[in-house]
Design a protein around this ligand. Structure first.
Ligand SMILES: [Fe+2]
Ligand SMILES: [Fe+2]
Length: 337
């Protein structure tokens, strides 16, 4: 999934990114500017301003972390899926999220930061990931709602990233978005089936929607008036649509889907505004959002501990893969000699 609240500062620092450093090489800066202005792609071998590189490393690595931590809340339900069909779909989806993490770590590595450095940031708790994964998945309906709303919000965020100015990120996002579309549809379809079931099933779906709706609106990140990094990211062609505009698009697209499902969205202020030709909606609890981003959500500690354990448990696999590769290199070397 899942940005883009995801250009928030890592670690404790809350200060905005420093102003763009003056390029030592004016010709290189001019060439970079011309490419950005022409909407061309910047590639790994191209000169780029330090802050453009840093912004991308931060955003892409936070995005990668979000993908792999995002495997955990739904992974909890693989062994408890209600049928073989639902289990197969959920395994495929969770595996896709692992793949998204891999594409994104690879894209970030082209900027000169190693995967080990990025993972160290995640495992030490310094690096951020999407706050949405720090909430528990209490019932099977949560799996459907995550597909419909969380992956739905992710698609809204990520489609503009297919046009990001940094080539490797933009290209990774094309495949990611195709897979996210499957994630959203499988979630919605699972909910449609439950909404044709018993009263208890319908109540379970409504309860899950009530718990996830506001958290999904916060996934688009702080209001534009409170997003100090957004303007620069827009000028660089990293970010194409503002947080508030994406949030509005998501609400406008989701309300009709909720009507088809037959559930209500937990917002008394949600209503069509004829003048704006958009839905109005109520205020988001940003204190809760920031508390969760900063490590105090209900599952932050559990998610991080699970991730660190999985990484440590996989150490022998990495060592075996390296030993295998080195053995084959030695054989190839001997044959070539
Ligand atoms: Fe994903
Ligand atoms: Fe997804």
């Amino acid at each position: 999934m899942y940005t883009q609240s995801f250009n928030v500062q890592d670690g404790q620092a809350a200060a905005p990114a420093p102003a763009v450093a003056l390029a030592e090489n004016a010709a290189a800066q001019a060439k970079f500017d011309a490419k950005i202005n022409a909407d061309d792609k910047i590639e790994p071998q191209d000169w780029m301003p330090d802050n453009y590189r840093k912004t991308l490393v931060r955003q892409i690595s936070q995005h990668a972390h979000s993908e792999i931590v995002g495997m955990l809340p739904e992974g909890n339900w693989i062994s408890r899926a209600p049928s073989l069909k639902r289990k197969a779909i959920l395994i495929a989806k969770v595996q896709d999220e692992g793949g998204h993490g891999l594409y994104l770590y690879s894209a970030a590595e082209t900027l000169g930061t190693s995967r080990d450095q990025m993972l160290e940031g995640l495992h030490s708790g310094r690096a951020k990931y999407s706050s949405i994964f720090n909430y528990p998945t209490l019932t099977w309906a949560d799996v459907g709602v995550i597909g419909w709303l969380v992956d739905g919000a992710a698609i809204m965020n990520q489609i503009p990233l297919c046009r990001c100015s940094y080539g490797p990120y933009a290209r990774a996002m094309i495949r990611v978005c195709k897979e996210e579309s499957f994630h959203q549809r499988q979630g919605y379809e699972a909910l449609l089936v439950m909404m044709q079931g018993t009263a208890a099933q319908k109540a379970m779906v409504q309860d899950a929607v009530n718990r996830w709706w506001w958290k999904c609106l916060a996934m688009f990140g702080p209001p534009d008036s409170d997003s100090p990094n957004s303007d620069q990211a827009m000028r660089w062609g990293i970010k194409r649509i503002s947080n508030d505009d994406l949030r509005q698009k998501f609400v406008d697209a989701t309300v009709p889907q909720a009507k088809v499902l037959g559930i209500s969205l937990p917002d008394p202020d949600l209503k069509w505004n004829e003048q704006r030709q958009h839905y109005d909606f109520g205020a988001i609890d940003w204190d809760e959002f920031w508390a969760t981003v900063n490590g105090n959500g209900p599952c932050n500690k559990e998610r991080l501990a699970t991730r660190v354990k999985a990484h440590n448990d996989g150490q022998w696999v990495r060592e075996a893969a390296l030993a295998y590769a080195s053995k084959h290199r030695a054989v190839a070397h001997k044959e070539a000699a």
